[in-house]
Design a protein around this ligand. Structure first.
Ligand code: AMP
Length: 216
């Protein structure tokens, strides 16, 4: 199964992606996560990406496309993949098409997690992530059993540096301007499957499985 998941920041892409990865046994490839990893390791790419991420802007296409080109060549992608947060611009979508063509593979579907902007700001500001296993939580909607501690692995929960109100407004603007057109790009290829990001996590995942032809 070769999938993309697209949605505004806070739409719940990461949460659904973690479930899809498990269910279909495919690698979950998040460019945002790859950048955060590079930042924590202070690599050259990390230092470059941080300048943009901290402001809620997109990392330049040249950097992001190269990162994905290398990632897709890794062995684990042979069994399929779920790309989360890539492509975010038309140029990235075109570059991805070229990469797939060279590899002689095609996408099965593009999941569009659709949600109203008004809900997103509250979701993002309250979002917490495990610093170790990256499990997502929310201070009111998905509380951990012990405050500040991950239920899954006991890791410390942290707030992402770019999950502040000012950055979010810019990230939403960027999403509407640059990423929304990517949905039209894939609609023309007949690949879009839209799910509502408003329902609860399990309900959304049931629909995802149904749309992707899973057993349940
Ligand atoms: P995410 O974790 O997907 O919300 O991504 C966090 C941040 O990483 C974004 O706000 C961008 O600054 C950067 N980023 C992630 N993916 C991309 C991409 N495909 N193109 C450009 N920037 C990206």
């Amino acid at each position: 199964m070769r999938l993309l998941i697209i949605g505004a920041p806070g739409a719940g892409k990461g949460t659904q992606a973690a479930l899809i990865k498990e269910y279909f046994a495919i690698p979950h490839i998040s460019t945002g996560e790859m950048f955060r990893e590079a930042i924590s390791q202070q690599t050259e790419i990390g230092l470059e990406a941080k300048k943009y991420i901290d402001k809620g802007d997109l990392v330049p296409d040249s950097v992001t496309i190269e990162l994905m080109r290398e990632r897709l060549l890794k062995d684990d992608c042979k069994k399929g993949f779920l790309l989360d947060g890539f492509p975010r611009t038309i140029a990235q979508a075109q570059a991805l098409d070229e990469m797939l063509e060279k590899l002689e593979i095609k996408l099965d579907a593009v999941l569009n997690v659709d949600i109203d902007d008004k809900i997103l700001i509250d979701r993002i500001v309250g979002r917490r992530t495990c610093s170790v296993c990256k499990e997502n939580y929310h201070i009111t909607n998905k509380k951990p059993k012990v405050e500040g501690i991950c239920d899954v692995c006991g890791g410390k929960l942290i707030q992402r540096a770019d999950d502040t109100e000012e950055t979010i407004k810019n990230r939403l603007r960027v999403y509407h301007q640059l990423t929304k057109p990517v949905l039209d790009y894939y609609a023309k290829q007949g690949l879009i499957k839209t799910i509502s990001g408003r329902e609860n996590i399990e309900e959304i995942f049931m629909k995802v499985k149904h749309l992707l032809g899973g057993n349940e």
